[in-house]
Write a protein that binds this ligand. Structure first.
Ligand code: FAD
Length: 452
């Protein structure tokens, strides 16, 4: 069963920080919704285990997952929003392969979650990598596909532009414009794992006022939201020189001439409520002001943003695993066979207990990495790869056991775990395949000095 219940207990060490944040948040976000203000206001009640079962070990675990009361409150807000609004629509929208745009917009209008990691001066909530993990974990408990679209917007577009863009670009996209849905274009039909082998290219226009962009991008989350036209705006990586690392990043907008939807990619195994598309660029004129960062410096932005993307994807895996364990516990406590609840059988106990231990291992690794990851830093690849590698496989295995524990019920959509199993598979491919993590991690480990 889901644990719930807040403990009216003060953590003085975090209280001041939370109050300061709240005041700052109120002054910069006069129109912030009642949900988030209420959440940040109740700084005395961090999310916790059932108080009757709280032990020093459990409290220590909790403080790793919610290191400040502000994180605990964020978790509570997202958890209750997920329960109330995301859970009820998940099965239907995934079945219909339909993106729930109004619900997505309410993440912005009701919760400001679409600007989670942006600085206050750009209307952001200025939260950290741990907050990113919390939001992705909580949403994926109910609907990983909806969460994947959120990831593409907040992590791949907003956070990336927030870290690498200039003041004019950030004002335009975070202060002046609102309500759009963004994404990021890195992969191509013939370049996925070997992303530096991309052939989409941009050359300076003859008048020097901009760039002419040509190529194709594949598998783009939020590439379309209506199935007919491109989505609103993307960060697009393109070759701007002869060297393998000569890649630059551009903001490409829906209205630009020559920028078109190639196709919406339908009938995916999982993540069906998250739209995926191929995008085509034919002599698209991109003005100089849409170049993000320096010419030929895009690969650094890409690698840095991949680190937080992998943390977010690992958090999605953790959310999937938690839901599957909840479903296993609930079903095995109700279902009877041979005159007893099936949870009395050792083989069922093995599946539940091993799933819990693996989930806790993954979650602990996740929050250990997230709690110390500075969003402005780079060079955290080993553990960003490592945590995604572990959690993706863990969640698929846990979802697989959940289906097994639930028997025929686990095999049909109404009981959720088959959808979560299908969604979990994407986490072994998107944002880097398992094999790419193996390759990167062994490269880093062989440099030496990283084994504690
Ligand atoms: C639903 C979905 C959403 C996505 N969203 C986005 C998005 O928003 N933006 C974006 O840019 N991309 C996106 N992607 C693309 C995703 O990142 C790529 O699919 C992924 O990087 C793998 O690339 P690929 O599909 O071309 O496979 P390939 O790179 O062709 O890999 C095929 C197989 O070869 C293996 N392989 C490749 N190289 C090596 C090697 N050196 N050693 C060992 N094995 C290797 C791979 O591990 C894999 O098993 C999305 C993909 C999906 C399915």
């Amino acid at each position: 069963m889901m644990r719930s219940g807040l403990v009216a207990k003060s953590y003085p060490i975090y209280k001041k920080v939370a109050h300061e944040k709240l005041s700052l948040f109120r002054s910069t976000q006069p129109h912030a919704s009642k949900h988030i203000i209420r959440a940040f206001s109740s700084v005395l009640t961090p999310h916790e285990d059932d108080p009757n079962r709280s032990t020093p070990v459990r409290r220590s675990i909790q403080s790793n997952f919610n290191p400040t009361s502000e994180h605990g409150q964020l978790r509570d807000v997202v958890r209750s929003f997920t329960k109330e609004h995301i859970e009820p629509q998940a099965n239907e929208f995934n079945k219909r392969e339909e993106f729930n745009k109004p619900l997505f917009q309410s993440l912005n209008t009701d919760l400001r979650l679409t600007k989670l990691t942006l600085e206050n001066e750009y209307c952001g909530v200025e939260m950290d990598a741990t907050a990113v993990a919390i939001v992705h974990e909580e949403m994926s408990y109910s609907d990983p596909a909806f969460c994947l679209s959120y990831l593409a917007h907040e992590v791949l577009f907003c956070n990336n532009l927030g870290r690498n863009g200039n003041d004019v670009q950030k004002r335009k996209w975070f202060v002046e414009k609102d309500g759009y849905i963004g994404g990021m274009c890195m992969s191509e039909p013939n370049a996925g794992t070997d992303v530096l082998g991309m052939i989409t290219n941009a050359r300076q226009s003859q008048d020097g006022n901009g760039w002419i962009l040509n190529g194709q991008k594949m598998w783009i989350t939020n590439g379309t939201t209506d199935g007919k036209t491109t989505g609103d705006v993307y960060l697009v990586y393109a070759k701007t020189g002869e060297g393998r690392l000569d890649i630059s990043q551009f903001i490409v907008e829906k209205e630009m001439k020559g920028f078109n939807l190639g196709q919406q990619i339908k009938d995916k195994l999982g993540m069906r409520a998250s739209p995926t598309a191929e995008l085509v660029f034919e002599n698209v004129f991109v003005p100089n002001e849409n170049l993000v960062g320096q010419v030929n410096a895009g690969s650094i932005c890409m690698m840095r943003n991949l680190e937080i993307e992998r943390i977010a994807l690992a958090a999605m895996a953790v959310g999937i695993a938690r839901r599957c364990i909840d479903e296993m516990i609930s079903h095995s406590s109700q279902r009877k066979a041979f005159g007893q609840e099936i949870r009395q059988f050792g083989q069922i106990q093995k599946m539940v207990a091993e799933s819990y231990a693996e989930y806790m291992s993954g979650k602990t690794y996740l929050y250990t990495v997230a709690n110390s990851l500075d969003l402005n830093s780079a060079g955290n690849g080993l553990d960003a790869d490592g945590v995604k590698l572990y959690c993706a496989q863990m969640s698929k295995n846990v979802a697989d056991r959940a289906i097994q524990v639930m028997g025929g019920y686990g095999y049909v959509g109404e009981y959720n775990v088959e959808r979560l199993w299908r969604d979990a598979k994407l986490l072994e491919i998107g944002g880097g395949t398992n094999e790419s993590h193996h390759k990167n991690m062994v490269r880093d480990l062989c440099r030496g000095g990283l084994l504690e």
